[in-house]
Design a protein around this ligand. Structure first.
Ligand code: ADP
Ligand code: MG
Length: 619
């Protein structure tokens, strides 16, 4: 008994841990309906009722004795655990620290009940119960006052339970869950089978806003599959509180996974913001060790680096693909509730379109699409594999190509199918109409109105282009007609001299005129030269804090982003329609173009339906 109580400390920390063990048992028993009743934050009562397969009368005593799991038969089973519980001590522990009652009926036997009160003398009685099991845990820790003292307020303990049940409900879509607290229904999740029902459940649990910004992902390579929903960077959190991750249906909170996801978002999220996601990993049970932590939250992967890279790459690509693939992102944002854009919806306003279409056609180079696709392919295989053992390296290269292939094949049909018209699908962001107060570009497509933050969008485009060009040692430059002379302090000049070669690689050709003067002769052609003095000052201030060239290399993205920020078109610059259209086309083909380098959105859309609502049309 003492042993059980000691073991209880490991499994049973608070009411929520009891709920977790009981519900996982119910899931293991194949239940399709699980009712959870809580009283006083679980301190007075925890009742879990399921319609699973039940427990045979003969096995009842065994079920609550330690290490008597029915789920492991051999040592090999231990390695192949794919059920939730497997250590066979949860019920033993829980029943040793509570007033415990279990009633169960199987398909072949009448119901029986077992009662115990923290003592060993169990009594088994006939009872009445449909097929399935009900476990009641009353007065948790009634016999261990020291532990009971550690429980928090009713509200806090219930919050833990609620969070836990949410997490379980997310991982078990086909199962109906109800949760009551003090006789009040907190939620009732109906079974979710279709994608629509699943997304409804996710929206209920994670909020409608999350769902509105969520991208659905589903990628797999040999041995591992990742699917679920990840929020676009426009929906981020100030805390890591909306991060749900499951491996083979089991809740995990694993540092490596969190880190891999964070890394995938590193280029699109504000500093100090946290991504939101609900992701499911499926892999061979033998490739993951879930026994690493008593509460089974942390896991150990047999090929951690492989999983890490798969996660980062898949999410990175899903985010990078949020170019205005209009139909996709629009339907993702409002999956079922309101099909915002009906595909045969014709544009109802038509001003200036002819002219702009002409302007666009004159400008557009269709040949650009092809090299872009090729780049994506080669880039995918381009990940930093230098430090890996050879076989893992090969494997990761495979992942990359597989993901790239899969994304292409999975994206394409969808776009084709939803394509409202050939023209619109070539130009998801539509045709430019005008510029608003020198800040926004207005455009129309088949669905409605597109608004683009000109500077933010251009900044991202320039940044992505600079990154690619720099990596290829191929930044195109232009000689300035009027070289820019700059007065700097001696330290800045020394720094510029020290990094002259590096600056040249960035496309900045400098000439030194004196101890405090330099001239900028050549700049990257992609940058607008209006701000070039400030640009160089800021790049130098980045370089001043770098002690070594390694440090310079590690800050290269920041440096390029600084350049992009200064080199992008400023607000209040008048753009021609041709320039506006070219900006729209660039957004369409640039990765991560949904956010500027600081994580702010670059464009948004108002559908005709939304506009109609604004004007209360059609009511
Ligand atoms: P474990 O789940 O690790 O096997 P537990 O102590 O949680 O150990 O449960 C002991 C055993 O009791 C289980 O192996 C299972 O056979 C049985 N059991 C517990 N809860 C249920 C349930 N809700 N439905 C059917 N069987 C159950
Ligand atoms: Mg169990």
């Amino acid at each position: 008994m003492l042993a059980n109580q000691i073991a209880a400390g490991e499994v049973v920390e608070r009411p929520a841990s009891v709920v977790k063990e009981l519900v996982e048992n119910s899931l293991d028993a194949g239940s399709k309906h699980i009712d959870i009743d809580i009283e006083k934050g679980g301190m007075r009562l925890i009742r879990v009722r399921d319609n699973g397969m039940g427990i045979h009368a003969d096995d009842l005593t065994l079920a609550i004795s330690p290490h008597a799991t029915s789920k492991i038969y051999t040592q090999e089973d231990l390695a192949l655990i794919s059920s939730f519980g497997f250590r066979g001590e949860a019920l033993a522990s829980i029943s040793s620290v509570s007033r415990f009652n279990l009633t169960s009926a199987t398909a072949s036997e009448n119901a029986v009940q077992i009662n115990c009160e923290g003592k060993e003398n169990h009594e088994i009685l006939p009872a009445s119960h449909p097929i399935g099991t009900t476990v009641e845990v009353r007065d948790l820790f009634f016999n261990i006052p020291a532990r009971r003292k550690f429980l928090r307020t009713e509200k806090t303990e219930f919050t833990h339970i609620e969070t836990l049940v949410k997490r379980l409900a997310l991982a078990n879509f086909p199962v109906q869950f109800t949760l009551q607290h003090n006789q009040k229904t907190i939620f009732n999740f109906l079974p979710a089978h279709t994608d629509e029902q699943k997304e409804q459940r996710v929206a209920k649990l994670c909020g409608k806003e999350f769902m509105r910004h969520a991208l659905h992902i589903d990628t797999a390579v040999t041995g591992i599959r990742l699917y679920g929903w990840i929020a676009q960077p426009s929906f981020s959190r100030s805390q890591a509180d909306l991060q749900y991750c499951y491996i083979n249906g089991r809740i995990v909170r694993d540092k490596m996974i969190t880190h891999a996801v964070k890394r995938a978002y590193r280029d699109v999220l504000y500093h100090g913001r946290f991504p939101a996601f609900v992701i499911f990993l499926e892999m061979e049970p033998k490739d993951v060790d879930v026994n690493a932590h008593p509460q089974k939250l942390e896991v150990r992967f047999h090929q951690g680096r492989f999983v890490y890279d798969f996660l980062t790459k898949s999410i990175e690509q899903a985010l990078a693909d949020v170019r205005p693939a209009m139909p996709q992102s629009f339907t993702t944002s409002a999956p079922q509730s309101s099909p915002k854009f009906s595909m045969n919806h014709q544009p109802r306003f038509n001003f200036a379109v002819e002219e702009t279409v002409q302007a666009y056609k004159a400008f557009h180079h269709p040949s650009e699409d092809q090299p872009y696709q090729n780049k994506r392919q080669s880039e995918a295989t381009d990940m930093p594999t230098t430090m890996l053992p050879k076989n893992e390296k090969a494997q990761i290269e495979n992942i990359a190509t597989e993901i790239a292939k899969q994304q292409q094949s999975s994206k394409l049909p969808e776009t084709l199918e939803r394509r409202p018209s050939a023209e619109a699908s070539d130009m998801p962001l539509g045709v430019a109409l005008a510029q608003l107060h020198g800040v926004y570009v207005l455009a129309q497509n088949d669905y409605g109105l597109i608004l683009v933050d000109m500077h933010a969008a251009h900044e991202r485009i320039v940044y992505e282009k600079m990154k690619k060009a720099y990596a290829a040692h191929n930044i195109a430059t232009q000689l300035l007609l009027l070289p820019v002379t700059l007065e700097l302090n001696a330290e800045e000049i020394r720094c510029a001299e020290k990094h002259q070669q590096f600056l040249l690689e960035l496309g900045l050709n400098l000439e030194f005129l004196g101890p405090e003067t330099l001239v900028i002769r050549e700049v990257p052609s992609i940058l607008s030269a209006d701000n070039i003095a400030q640009l160089l000052r800021d790049v130098l201030s980045e370089l001043l804090v770098c002690q070594s060239s390694d440090e310079v290399n590690s800050r290269i993205d920041t440096i390029l982003s600084t350049m992009a920020c200064h080199g992008a078109v400023r607000a209040n610059r008048q753009l021609s329609l041709t320039e506006m259209n070219s900006l729209l086309r660039d957004i369409e083909t640039t990765e991560r173009s949904g956010q500027c380098n600081h994580g702010r959105p670059t464009w948004t859309a108002l559908s005709m339906t939304e506009l109609d609502k604004l004007f209360m049309r059609g009511r």
